[in-house]
Design a protein around this ligand. Structure first.
Ligand code: ATP
Ligand code: MG
Length: 366
């Protein structure tokens, strides 16, 4: 898939932008705080992913009431005009070729992206929430059913958390508890099933990339950690559901006593090991970066295998951090799809890369 054109109005620090992109490599360079990351964020947004902000209002230019994004996309041999209109205090509208879309997952059905940025080191270093976010972001783009289940699970989880928290003052709230546990087990079984399958594909893909990357000196291993009573996470949601439900029932009294939701897929983790040691605790800076990038490039391969098309790859500020050998490795590996790479002005990298070059200054291409 390719993003041929992008137009922005009042998005972040862009008053108005129109850009025609190269089908393979696009280099976006400029000083700090000029709008390079914002441009990648706009592209990611049109693929249904908001990685940087929780609220659309943060994306609207300071002082403006709404923001517009337009993308001319080629996907599955067809052309699409993707549109997103964001407003303060009003719901956004999303469209494809003039037809309204229900949600972000429908954008992902047309345009997909994989983003790698310096913050992704947290993918290895930080707690399980970062890795769940990575899994969710990937699977949401691949499986609309997963997106639905995730939304449902989060809604129920929030609500049940509130019930448990407030139950001391208002014990009658607990009447609804079982209903929420039931719903969470049902949506949770879908999450576990899809996560297990996605992780299996990561296991088939990421270690080889990591080995190439590290010159075969390091072995990466991945493992899915989920609710202990689930005997086979790869099983169908129908089989996982009663196991989750039983687990919730077994923890019912404990949940009421400590007034929080205990275990469930909201505590899932993807354990990452390098040479048999937990990467989170022991890996060096370079190993961390290599492992994080391997996971992202593996996701890109999985997207391609799944849809037959390369997702758009967004590399924010990452190549300059790698040594020459690793830079070349990445540049060789990203052939095939369309890539957007940001780097700083004085970077010798901008001369090294072949492709269309965009100089960003103060929210404009100059
Ligand atoms: P760096 O090289 O430091 O990563 P960058 O070019 O990637 O810089 P961006 O992250 O794209 O910079 O941000 C550019 C500017 O956009 C920042 O100065 C930020 O204050 C500004 N900005 C962010 N959100 C908004 C908004 N909603 N309205 C206006 N400006 C914004
Ligand atoms: Mg940036």
């Amino acid at each position: 898939m390719r993003l041929h054109k992008l137009a922005l109005d009042d998005f972040r620090n862009y008053l108005h932008l129109e850009a025609d992109f190269d089908p393979s490599v696009n280099v976006i360079f400029g000083d700090n705080a000029q709008g390079k990351t914002n441009l990648l964020e706009a592209i990611a947004y049109l693929s249904g992913v908001s990685h940087r902000s929780r609220y659309d209002r943060e994306l609207i230019r300071f002082g403006a009431d709404s923001a517009r994004l337009r993308g001319q996309v080629e996907s599955r041999g067809r052309d699409f005009l993707l549109e997103a209109d964001l407003h303060r205090g009003r719901r956004r509208t999303l469209k494809s070729n003039g037809v309204g879309l229900k949600n972000a997952a429908e954008l992902s059905g047309i345009l997909q992206s994989v983003l790698f940025c310096p913050d992704d080191l947290t993918l290895i270093r930080e707690g399980a929430a970062e890795r769940r976010r990575f899994l969710d972001e990937c699977i949401v783009q691949l499986r609309p059913r997963y997106a639905q289940a995730l939304q449902e699970y989060r809604r129920l989880h929030e609500h049940k958390t509130r019930i448990l928290r407030d139950s001391e003052e208002k014990p009658s709230l607990l009447d609804a508890l079982d209903e929420f546990s039931y719903g969470m087990a049902r949506a949770g079984a879908v999450l576990i099933h899809y996560r297990a399958h996605f992780i299996r594909r990561l296991q088939e893909t990421a270690p080889a990339i990591h080995a190439d990357f590290s010159g075969a000196r390091e072995a990466l291993a991945l493992r899915y950690e989920t609710v202990s009573t689930v005997t086979d996470p790869l099983a169908s949601p129908r089989e996982i559901f009663p196991q989750l439900l039983r687990h919730q029932e077994a923890h019912r009294a404990a949940e009421i006593a400590c007034r929080t939701c205990l275990s469930g897929p909201h505590k899932d983790d993807l354990a990452v090991e390098i040479d048999g040691q937990a990467a989170k605790t022991y890996s060096s800076q370079g190993q961390t970066r290599t492992a994080a990038l391997s996971l992202k490039l593996a996701a890109r391969d999985i997207f391609q295998a799944d849809t037959g098309e390369w997702p758009v790859l967004l590399l924010d500020d990452v190549l300059s951090e790698l040594d020459k050998r690793r830079q070349e490795f990445v540049l060789n590996r990203i052939r095939g799809g369309q890539t957007f790479i940001t780097c700083c002005e004085d970077d010798r990298l901008s001369s090294l890369l072949k492709g269309r070059v965009f100089h960003v200054r103060e929210g404009a291409i100059v």
